[in-house]
Ligand binder design. Sequence first.
Ligand code: 5GP
Length: 379
Amino acid sequence: MVEDGGRVDMEWCIAQPKIELHAHLNGSIRDSTLLELAKDSREKGALAFSDVEHVIKKCTRSVMECFKLFDVIRTITTDHAALSRITKEVIEDFAADNVVYLELRTTPKKNEQIGMTKCSYMEAVLDGMRAIETVEVSFLPSCGSKEKLEQFPNTNVAINGEKRRKLYVRLLLSIDRCESAASAMETVQLAYKMRHLGVVGVDLSGNPLVGEWLTFLPALKWAKEYGLAITLHCGEVYNPNEIKAMLEFCPQRVGHACWFEQEDWTKLKSLNIPVEVCLSSNVQTCRVSSIRDHHFDYLYRNNLPLVLCTDDSGVFSTNLSREYYLAASTFGLNKAQMFELSRNAIKHVFADESVKILLNSIFDSAQRELAIAVGSGNS
Ligand code: 5GP
C-alpha cells in the first residue's frame, strides 16, 4: 500500500534515513562526556570546574557565549584519548538516529605540551572511527566502489551473526577563523594528504566575529585547485561584503546563510549552491529570531537547494531527527515532502558517485518500507 503525504511525527523522523552534512565533531559531544571530561580536567588542575559549569549547562547562548563554550570544550577535549572517545561516541549517536551518511568536520589542532600535531590529532580521530564495533563504519573511499549493490539497500548488515547498522562517514577538515594563513595552509595540505583516509573537503568556521576572509583565501584556493570540496560558514553575522566575496569564490556548499540579502539569494540560486540549514543552532544563538522566521521557509518555497543539519548536536541538545521534525511541524511539510528533502541531500554529498548510488538504493528501499509516494516536495 502506498500512503500519500501523511502527518509527520517524531517516530517517523527517526525511522526515515537521513544524511548529515554539517556536524562539528567537538560540538556534537555528549553532555555526559563533556561533564566527565570537565571533571577530569579539574582534577588535573587544567580547569576550574566552577568557572565552566554554568557555561556548559546553559541552554540558550548568544553567538559570543556559544564560542565561549567552544573554548571550554577545546581545553577539555584536546588530547588524543579524549578525541578518539568523542569521535567514536558521536558516530555511534548519528548511527542510532538512522543517519546513513555523515560528513563530520573538525579543526585539526596542535598542542605542543602533549605532543599533539595536526596530523596526530587526525590520527586520533581515525582511531576513534576504527574503534567502533556496534556500527559498521565505511570511511575509506574504496568502500563505496568495492561494495556490491546487492548488499544493499539493507542498512543493517549481519556481521558474525549480529545485525549492525551501517554508516558511511567522510571527513572535512575545518580552518578556524582565528588561525593564521600558514596554519590554514597546513590544514588544507593535510586534508589533501588524507584523501585516501576519507577526507573529502575543507570547511571555514570559527567565531564569525573574528578574522578576515582574505587571510584564508590562499589556502582555500589551493584546496580548490587540488580538487578538495569546499564549504564555508557564510552570513552567520551581518557582513555583506564578506558574504559577497564568499559567493564569488563559489564554494560547493555554504553553512547557515542567516544574513543574506536578496541579491545574495539571487547569486546563490544562479550558482546552485546548497545551504546547510541548522534550525536549532540558528535560533538558540539568536542568529534567527524563531524557527517560524527561519529562511528555511524561503529556501524551500523557492526550490533552492538545502540540506537540514544539526551543526552541534551536543551544544544545542538536538539530533537530525529532531531537526526534521522541527521543519515538518513548523512549516507544515508532510511525510512525502520530508522524505524527498532527505533524499535530495544525496546530490550534495562530497563523497564520490559510487557512494551516491549506494545511498540512493538505501532510500529506494526505505521508501518501499515506509510506503511513501514521493514527488511533491522541493527538488
Ligand atoms: P571542532 O572543529 O573542534 O571539532 O568543533 C568545534 C569547533 O567548530 C568550534 O570551536 C568552532 O570553531 C566550530 N563551530 C562549531 N559550531 C559553529 C558555528 O555554528 N559557527 C561557526 N562559525 N563555527 C562553529
